[in-house]
Design a protein around this ligand. Structure first.
Ligand code: PA5
Length: 397
């Protein structure tokens, strides 16, 4: 009985619509490092015991890059919307580029009321370390305003120890882009008063449901990689609500960095509906037939309409959300009319539980896609190479 209920729940919160065509005979197994991290009680308890919600902080700054920043940014934007920095009392910033303009902004904040989460699994990523050192030196940030997430015994771990800073650890078997269920993603949830427990439960449920036959991850691979094998080298992810854009960025990294190896890989592209209907759609419709589409949508957070349409003649009773929906369906229809493969992920109830389900399902799909392509979805030798070259160049400065 219990098993059936779990499968039911996952299907309730995520639906995937596509022209069903089973391509690969994928098994419903998921023995991955990121799955094990979901059941790491010590890790989850350490987050619970480190609640920042009641503290007097106004800002949360994630100092990290790639998989050390995108999971937190994606989750927060999903729940709080894209404009929360303009609305709420608490603000979020990610130092995930080296542009000094961002750090300048951080220095304009009240640093005594700013919490810094410094994240680097390797503990030696130049972009992250240099910004951290500048914050220590110029910003004189206090040890009690800092937490570090890294690997045990890394350079950053030892430095944090010396400086008396709180430290958390990413399990060895969890890579950055798969780390949303570690402190990389979870610490920020607590700060903003979001339900960490429900998010983790959603993740666990996604795994259990999958093992019990919840088809979404396998269907996603059938759709994406099935089309890749038919020459669709580009997977366009097309979220329609602003709050989903960062989830799209997170997925873009996951799919690109996990699968782009040995001359293989499907290039993820990101478009925002309806904005990109007026920017990319011409190419999508009439350009090379090398793309497959994944629309992503959630119900609207709010809605507005104008009662007077000033004689325009089309808007009687039509709200913004309705028009957006009509445009999305029209775009899908237009693509399909040119025999372009289209699918849609729809998140019926956009809460912590549903997002946990969705993210774990997409991570399972990515791992499965790696199996199908015959590449290791968990390493990133190309990224490591560029890091090494940068370190070599630094020695000559
Ligand atoms: O997903 C990954 O593994 C990468 O994007 C890393 O997160 C990124 O390169 C940052 O590395 P680190 O966490 O070691 O600083």
């Amino acid at each position: 009985m219990r098993k059936l209920k779990e499968v039911q729940l996952a299907e309730d919160v995520i639906s995937f619509n596509w022209d069903k065509k089973k391509v690969f005979n994928l098994k419903y197994t998921a023995h991955y490092g990121f799955v094990r991290s979901l059941c790491d009680k010590d890790l989850i308890n350490s987050v619970k015991n480190f609640s920042l919600e009641e503290e007097n902080f106004e800002n949360f700054v994630q100092v990290g890059i790639g998989g050390s920043a995108l999971p937190a940014s994606a989750v927060l934007a999903f729940f709080k919307g894209s404009y929360f920095n303009y609305e709420g009392k608490k603000r979020y910033f990610a130092l995930d580029n080296l542009d000094p303009e961002r750090l300048k902004l951080i220095f304009s904040l009240d640093l005594d009321k700013t919490f810094f989460h410094v994240v680097s699994k390797s503990g030696k990523t130049s972009e992250t370390l240099l910004q951290f050192f500048i914050l220590l030196e110029k910003g004189k940030i206090k040890p009690e305003n800092v937490a570090i997430t890294t690997s045990r015994n890394s350079f950053l771990d030892s430095l944090g120890d010396k400086l008396g800073m709180e430290r958390f650890y990413i399990p060895d078997e969890v890579g950055g882009r798969y780390s949303v269920f570690t402190t990389v993603g979870l610490l920020m949830l607590g700060f903003f008063g979001l339900d960490t427990q429900a998010f983790v439960e959603g993740g666990k449920n996604g795994v259990r449901a999958y093992r019990n036959g919840f088809p979404f991850p396998n269907e996603f691979v059938d759709f994406a990689i099935g089309n890749y094998n038919d020459g669709r080298n580009i997977l366009v992810v097309f979220p329609y609500k602003d709050r989903l854009l960062r989830v799209g960025e997170w997925f873009r990294q996951l799919w690109a960095e996990s699968l782009g190896k040995d001359g293989k890989g499907q290039t993820p592209a990101l478009a925002l509906g309806v904005t990109d209907q007026h920017s990319q759609l011409q190419l999508y419709q009439d350009g090379p037939k090398d793309k497959a589409f994944v629309f992503i949508d959630v119900p609207e957070c709010c809605d507005f309409k104008a009662n007077n349409d000033y004689g325009f003649g089309l808007f009687s009773g039509v709200s913004m959300a309705k028009l957006m929906d009509i445009e999305k369906e029209a775009t899908k229809r237009a693509l399909k009319s040119k025999s372009i493969p289209v699918s849609e992920i729809y998140i019926e109830k956009p809460n912590e539980f549903a997002l946990g389900n969705l993210l774990v399902s997409l991570m399972i799909a990515t791992a499965k896609a790696g199996e199908v392509l015959g590449v290791d979805p968990f390493n990133q030798p190309g990224v490591e190479l560029s890091k090494r070259f940068a370190r070599e160049a630094l020695k000559d400065v």
